[in-house]
Design a protein around this ligand. Sequence first.
Ligand code: FES
Length: 160
Amino acid sequence: MLIQTLEQILEGRRSQPNQLIEVLHDVQKNYGYISQEAMQTVSQALGVPLMEVYRVASFYKAFRLKPSGKNVLTMCLGTACHVRGADLLLNQATGQLGVKPGEVTSDGLFSVEHVNCVGTCALGPIVTENGTYHHRMTPGKLRKLIETLGGQKAEDKENV
Ligand code: FES
């Protein structure tokens, strides 16, 4: 992926406050998250108060304010997935990786997140891995997926 610098992202958009969401999307796309420094630069360039930039960046779930792990596992906890055991999947991921939702593993390999619906309810429960959908997920399949991606084996973790 070709990474644009902040200067390139802001080119032709300076002093245009109505470009805020587009610019934040581009920052997110290029850097994986929106840092405090990026918010300050965007604020000055577009002429939008820093508080407003922060408010918008923290309001939309599509924007991250912290770097994510190399592999982002997202559990759908919407109603259709919930009734099919989504909580068990979240417990599997957080237990196996030793993190809470929203956290990154200490080796930077994984982030665990959750959302309320990804739009494929009939195929739930759903887990996405870096945007790839895994339908009808089970705790066992999720354990293997995590191991395949380099996560600790569940039985190894018990011996630590
Ligand atoms: S509730 Fe999980 S995809 Fe809709």
